[in-house]
Design a protein around this ligand. Structure first.
Ligand code: PLP
Length: 431
């Protein structure tokens, strides 16, 4: 039986799995197996030839991972997804699936530091150039494009600035050239559905809000199925020319009997096969448990973060509060347009008293955890100038939006009175 619904609260519990056909188990089983018995030699060769879809080996597919993939695909309104070992693996493979040596992508400057490093150093060493542009001006993507540009890349709600990316504007520029927009939606699951605004691919670190409990590292790539790869054979050679790593398959042709999933099938059958950044079924199980309550948790994260932003905005020791509700002009227009499901759980603020006060504040917190993470059910805090951004020059810190007194909060789902009480007492100690 399938449940017919488009409501996220229902999809997270029922999409892609109802009960185990063998045992009737209602909770998604952890299929902790490496390999799968073929019915006979014909079945085996059909699976390898993609004439039939089915399980071969858990580095490339697993039934527990499959439920997670189907649920997030349903939530995003996409065609198919691929679970991988981490958010970093998802970002790397999302790009490597299209760009080869000598190619480039254009990326927003407003990125998670790990993605920045992957793009500026590791992909560069592999011969893929990443051109960074300021997302304040969507036309900067067009200006940085040349005939070797294979993808655009950005985060929906990047911290520390928390300025929402102009998804539709940049996706539309990409469509003119045959360039897909890849959106990292890690900070805004359910709040924004990037495919509704023209993005072609979504990546997630499921380690954050989707998992939600700080137990497991994981990542996902979701294919919208809506990007017309075959209309741009020269722009997108990876999907339109024979692939020597899979019997010379031309991916847009090879997948036609299955559906509009050339991008994600190639990622699974070549990159995941070769690079091996597989998701363990146990981690996928943990992420599925988190996903089941994601709609509830996101509502609480958003509500608590709004209350924290309001509290900090009225506090005399606080110079500025960074939260979408406090933006004006174009930044506000973007958050109104794209964050239709809520403004998120992240809040930044700057203390008037600067760096030492920022450190003292963090050291004085009693309930908030001091960790380099976001999206946990628990409240988290960090002082970037003395930790995550301490290797950057003062000038580079400022350009990424980190001032000396800047503190980042990932507001959890504890009772709001306790969250505010902890912030209040720590502010008192700090200034
Ligand atoms: N994308 C964003 C926005 C992140 O915040 C992170 C991790 O902090 C990642 C990607 C990388 O994810 P993971 O730590 O699961 O590799």
């Amino acid at each position: 039986m399938t449940v017919n619904s488009n409501n996220p609260e229902t999809l997270v519990l029922h999409a892609g799995y109802r009960a185990d056909p063998a045992t009737g188990a209602v909770a998604v089983p952890i299929y902790q197996t490496t390999a799968y018995q073929f019915q006979n030699t014909e079945h085996a060769s059909n699976l390898f030839a993609l004439k039939e879809l089915g399980n071969i080996y858990s580095r490339i597919m697993n039934p527990t991972n499959d439920v997670l993939e189907q649920r997030v695909t349903a939530l995003e309104g996409g065609a198919a997804a691929l679970a991988v070992g981490s958010g970093q693996a998802a970002s790397a493979m999302a790009v490597q699936n299209l760009a080869r040596v000598g190619d480039n992508i254009v990326s927003s400057t407003d990125l998670y530091g790990g993605t920045w490093n992957l793009f500026a150093n590791t992909l560069k060493d592999q011969g893929i150039e990443v051109r960074f542009v300021d997302p304040a001006d969507p036309e900067a993507f067009r200006r940085a494009t040349d005939d070797k540009t294979r993808a655009y890349y950005a985060e929906t709600l990047p911290n520390p600035k928390l300025q929402v990316f102009p998804i539709a504007e940049v996706a539309a520029i990409g469509r003119e050239f045959g360039i897909p927009l890849i959106m990292d939606n890690t900070a805004a699951p359910l709040l924004c559905r990037p495919f509704d605004h023209g993005a072609a691919v979504i990546v997630y670190s499921t380690t954050k809000y989707i998992g939600g409990h700080g137990t497991s590292i994981g990542g996902l790539i979701v294919d919208s199925g809506a990007f017309p790869w075959e209309d741009f054979p020269e722009r997108q050679p990876a999907l339109n020319s024979p692939d020597p790593s899979y019997h010379g398959a031309v991916w847009v042709e090879a997948v036609k009997p299955i559906g509009p999933v050339a991008y994600i099938i190639k990622a699974r059958t070549t990159l995941l096969r070769d690079l091996g950044a597989a998701s363990s079924p146990f981690n996928a199980f943990q992420v599925i448990q988190g996903l089941e309550t994601l709609p509830l948790r996101m509502r609480e994260h958003c509500r608590n973060a709004q209350a924290v932003a309001d509290f900090l905005g009225n506090h005399p020791a606080v110079a500025t509060v960074i939260h979408p509700s406090r933006q004006t002009g174009e930044a506000k227009r973007r958050s109104d347009t794209y964050l239709s499901g809520g403004l998120g759980g992240l809040v930044g603020f700057e203390l008037k008293a600067g760096r030492d006060a920022g450190r003292k504040f963090i050291d004085s917190l009693q309930m908030f955890y001091h960790v380099a993470n976001i999206g946990d059910s628990r409240s988290l805090a960090i002082h970037p100038a003395s930790t995550t951004h301490s290797q950057l020059s003062a000038e580079d810190q400022l350009s990424t939006g980190v001032s000396d007194g800047y503190v980042r909060l990932s507001v959890g789902i504890e009772h709001i009175d306790d969250i505010i009480a902890d912030l209040k007492q720590a502010l008192k100690q700090a200034v």
